[in-house]
Each structure stands twice: as structure tokens, then as C-alpha cells.
Design a protein around this ligand. Structure first.
Ligand SMILES: *Cc1c(COP(=O)(O)O)cnc(C)c1O
Length: 404
């Protein structure tokens, strides 16, 4: 389903100089400092990096630049069709850098809920010198003020898989740059810059890393915006470790294959989940009335492999479900080779105001499932065990009601 261009890029991006270097695997440079044999050349290189550019000669110091990190940045920029990419120690470090860069221009941010719980909490925390207006998608245009420096959206959104029309939001934002957290989609399924977004953010901890052993964040954007982000990164120090960059690059060639196969599994499971008696609601892009304007096909190449389903019986049923699983790992995070499941109201979206949480459809019985690469039948057997356990709890609850 993905273009061959993307498949080819995923394998070769960031590796164009291998033959010239005489290597077949990426060099890993763990230096914390770099020799500066010529002081004047060193000063020139330092000045270039302090302005957010690339080193001219010595990389000076690992907080300023690292060639292994620069290599994976180049690769991910190519996959997103971006001029540049800036990598950070985590998705949240990337988000923080964007918000700090924004605070230098206009301190007001417009954000559309729902979004990743950590992002939501950071925006609300008062930790950063920004003001935030949370609005519904149709309110973006009227929320823009003279000092608005950023519109922050996430699609598909965590954890309800709500879809936003990127081009429509970009139009509403006018001249204000729009950032899309595209973690759930990956560049395989969605390339927000092609729809007018100014920045794309990924928690590379998820699909891009893909193997559960990397924490990383990236922002893909224009070279001009990338310079601002590198300036923030140099000063605040949220750099990606080169070993994490190496692992990230190692996972990219299989990104299209992983995303495609997980999506195929998810589509097969979604049908079964939607018709199970214990499921009161399934959130999966394209399922039911979740995509009335046809974003799948136009903006996204497919629904992806994340879904959320609401169990009858609330928190108790959800907990019983999780305890009964033997194959699917109860854990936060997503986009790994193995399937992961978690309870948003109890973990990732715990810090949200419960009323706001409910209003966003993050109910107590909601479980978020990240479908991995196991066989559909093995996954379904495990989910059935979860349903059986949840059903018992729900039946006891109903029995109590009858006795009362
Ligand atoms: C996990 C996640 C983040 C945060 O990324 P970290 O790498 O955990 O800091 C941001 N946005 C989304 C959609 C996520 O799933």
C-alpha cells in the first residue's frame, strides 16, 4: 500500500555515503568532545552551531552536534519530505523545544484536544512561558490572536484515534504555523507537511524506533525553523544519545513493512472486536462514523494499528481484562513489534481532570491496544481470555445490582 519510493527511502535514507566511507552499517560516534586543533576554525564552527547551523569542521562538543544523530535526522527528514529534522532525547523533549522556540515569538498556543496525556499536561502545567487555548477543531480560527505563535494538533489522536483534517486546520490557522504530532501515523501513512503543516513531530520511541528499545523525539520542518530548534537544543540540552540514534536508524528500513503488517492485523482484529458483546464502542480510524469526510485515502494511506475499545463494566472490567492476558503485554507505549495494551484513565491520561477526560471519550472502561506483528489468531485468543475475565466481573456487578 505504501509507495515504493517510501520503501526505497526507508532502506537507503541516511546511508548515501556508505560506499564512499567503505562501511555497510552506520558508524556510531560516542565522543563527548571533539579535538579543536585550529582555534580560529573552532570558533567559526562554534558560531555556526550557536546560530543553529551545522558545524564547519570540528563538532566541538556533543551537546552541539553528533554525526550519528545528524545521520538519522537526515533519514527521517527524507521520509517526511522535509528540509530538515531535529532529534531530541524524547518526544516530550521535542515538544518542549518547540514550545520554547514558540515562546520567543508569540507566547500564545492554540491546541486541539484530545492529545497525548503528557502533551496535554505540559501545555496546562504553567511550567513554560506560554498561554494555551484548548479549542475544538472548528474553533481554531476564532482562537487565533495577534500573539498566537503555534497551533498544536495530533492526528490520529491519543487515545481515541480521533482524526483531524490537517489542511482544514492549516487554513483556519492562517499565517500561524501548525504543528502535527503524527506519531500514530508515521510517514508511511501520513505526511503532514504535504497538507500545509509547518512542523511534524514524532515520539520516535514508538513506530520509528519500533523495537521497544529507544526513547527519542523528532521534529521535521523547514531549515529556518530547524535552526531555532537546534538553538533551543544546544542551550537546554535535550539531545538524543548517539546510541539511540544508531538504533533508530537501524529500525527505519523495516518501518514500512512493520506499519503495513501491523495495520493488516489491526484491520482483522477491529472487525472481531467491534462485534464482541463486551465491547460497547470501538475507536478505530474509519470504523463507524469516525471519518465522515474521508480523510483515510485523502490524508492517511490507511487506519494504522492503534485502536481503543470500551468495555462494559468500567475500570473493574478493564483491570480484569488486563490481568487475564498472556501474550499481549500490558504496558504503555505503542508501535512496537509486539502488541501492547494499556488503560488510559489509569495511566497515560491519569493526570487529566476526570471531567475533561470523560468529555474527550476517555472513559473508565476504555483500553488502548497497539497491535503488533503476532498472528491475528494468537492475538484474538488472548483477547478472548481478556473478555472472559471481564465478563465475569461485569456479571458479578450485574448480580449485585439485582440483589440490591
Ligand atoms: C509517547 C507520545 C509522546 C511523548 O513521547 P516520549 O517519547 O514518550 O517523550 C507524544 N505524543 C504521542 C502521540 C505519543 O504517543
Amino acid at each position: 500500500m505504501y509507495d515504493t519510493d517510501l520503501a526505497t527511502l526507508a532502506v537507503h535514507a541516511g546511508r548515501h555515503d556508505f560506499t564512499q566511507l567503505g562501511v555497510h552499517a552506520a558508524p556510531l560516534d560516542l565522543s563527548s568532545t571533539y579535538p579543536v586543533p585550529d582555534p580560529e576554525a573552532g570558533t567559526a564552527s562554534y558560531d555556526a552551531m550557536a546560530a543553529g547551523g551545522a558545524p564547519v569542521g570540528s563538532a566541538i562538543y556533543a551537546r552541539l552536534h553528533n554525526p550519528t544523530v545528524a545521520r538519522v535526522e537526515q533519514a527521517i527528514a527524507e521520509l517526511e519530505g522535509a528540509e530538515a529534522c531535529v532529534a531530541f532525547a524524547s518526544g516530550m523533549a521535542a515538544t518542549t523545544a518547540v514550545l520554547l522556540a514558540t515562546a520567543m515569538d508569540g507566547a500564545h498556543v492554540v491546541a486541539v484536544r484530545p492529545m497525548y496525556g503528557g502533551t496535554d499536561h505540559l501545555l496546562e502545567s504553567g511550567m513554560l512561558p506560554i498561554q494555551v487555548s484548548f479549542v475544538a477543531p472548528h474553533e481554531v480560527a476564532s482562537a487565533i490572536r495577534p500573539d498566537t505563535g503555534l497551533v498544536f494538533i495530533e492526528t490520529p489522536a491519543n487515545p481515541t484515534l480521533a482524526l483531524l483534517d490537517i489542511a482544514a486546520i492549516v487554513e483556519s490557522a492562517g499565517t500561524v504555523p501548525v504543528l502535527v504530532d503524527s506519531t500514530f501515523a508515521t510517514p508511511v501513512l501520513q505526511q503532514p507537511l504535504r497538507h500545509g503543516a509547518a512542523m511534524v513531530l514524532h515520539s520516535a520511541t514508538k513506530f520509528l524506533g519500533g523495537h521497544g528499545d529507544v526513547v527519542a523525539g523528532v521534529v521535521c520542518t523547514s531549515e529556518a525553523r530547524a535552526r531555532r530548534l537546534r538553538q533551543v537544543r544546544v542551550l537546554t540540552g535535550g539531545i538524543l544519545h548517539p546510541l539511540a540514534a544508531f538504533l533508530l536508524l537501524r529500525g527505519l528500513p523495516t518501518l514500512p513493512l512493520r506499519v503495513e503488517q501491523a495495520q493488516r492485523n489491526a484491520v482483522a482484529l477491529a472487525e472481531r472486536l467491534a462485534s464482541h458483546a463486551m465491547v460497547s464502542r470501538l475507536h478505530f480510524p474509519g470504523h463507524g462514523d469516525s471519518d465522515p469526510t474521508g480523510l483515510i485515502g485523502r490524508q492517511m494511506r490507511g487506519p494504522g494499528s492503534l485502536m481503543a475499545f470500551e468495555l462494559h463494566g468500567g475500570t473493574e472490567a478493564a483491570n480484569a481484562f488486563l490481568r487475564a492476558l498472556r501474550l499481549i503485554t500490558p504496558a504503555v507505549s505503542l508501535g512496537s513489534t509486539d502488541s501492547l495494551i494499556q488503560h488510559p484513565a489509569g495511566l497515560t491520561h491519569r493526570l487529566m481532570d476526570p471531567a475533561v477526560r470523560e468529555a474527550q471519550g476517555i472513559t473508565d472502561g476504555l483500553l488502548r491496544l497497539s497491535v503488533g506483528l503476532e498472528s491475528v489468531d494468537a492475538l484474538w485468543q488472548d483477547l478472548l481470555a481478556g473478555f472472559a475475565a471481564a465478563e465475569q466481573v461485569a456479571a458479578v456487578g450485574a448480580g449485585n445490582d439485582v440483589r440490591r
